[in-house]
Design a protein around this ligand. Sequence first.
Ligand code: LIP
Length: 291
Amino acid sequence: MVKKMQQAKDDPWQEAYDFAVEVARKAGEVIRKAGECEIKVCTKSSTVDLVTKTDERVEKIIIGCLKEKFGPDTYSFIGEESVAQGKPCILTDKPTWIIDPVDGTTNFVHGFPFVAVSIAFAVEKKLEFGVVYSCLEDKMYKARKGKGAFCNDERLQVSDVQDIHKSIIISEHGTDRSPEKVTKIFSTMQRILCIPVHGLRGSGTAATNMCLVACGAVEAFFEIGIHCWDIAAGAVIVREAGGMLLDVDGGPFDLMSRRMVSANNKIIAERIIKEIETFSVERDDAVVCKK
Ligand code: LIP
């Protein structure tokens, strides 16, 4: 007991990391079972921004487990569905869980086989660890700052490709269907495709896309319009697999900016950035920034 207490004192986040893996797996089981039944679909910001009772239920289960384990007020929470229901999306110095209970909701509704539970933990606004459970593939991706990235306990390493002409690039079109944004999104994809690159892909979930960068299956993933809960866990996993993250304008990665490039190396990242036609999106923490 004393050894365990000492270990907890020396490395306070290991217990939270291990427990996050357990909770992600439990949440994945709930999603798989829910996918076998009829799914009631609602919408949020647009007719194609889908949400289901499973999204809300799984987020409640995850937050409930974490509060029961560590105490109701020990940590802060940013959850996709809590924010959708009006909770603030503000990252403070307080240790904070950043949760997307069902990343790839549209895939979940359609039975398209990429649906992930994404759980990240930040301390003093710095990402400490991330867990992404691709529950239909049964792939548990995880990473702690400074301790490597893993998939089902196998070490992950990004691709060593430096020639953009030998790359696969991932991007998504998101849920905003305004003509000016769709035009920019597809103009960017056309420019990248015609570099040329080997291919363009998209799994439909940012968290899974980032894990595909981390495991070396693709060289980069970028998107404008994602949210902090989509990418927080994947950001740790990409970095710990030897990759890197930048803003889409080449500046430093900003978790709350809703725009990001994740890549295997700076050469690929900067080459992609040259082709991205940016457009503005409101920050996740815009309420705070407006003050
Ligand atoms: C999804 C993101 C994806 C984006 C989709 C959607 P959700 O998250 O992972 O990158 O293109 O529009 O936002 O809503 O399924 O949790």
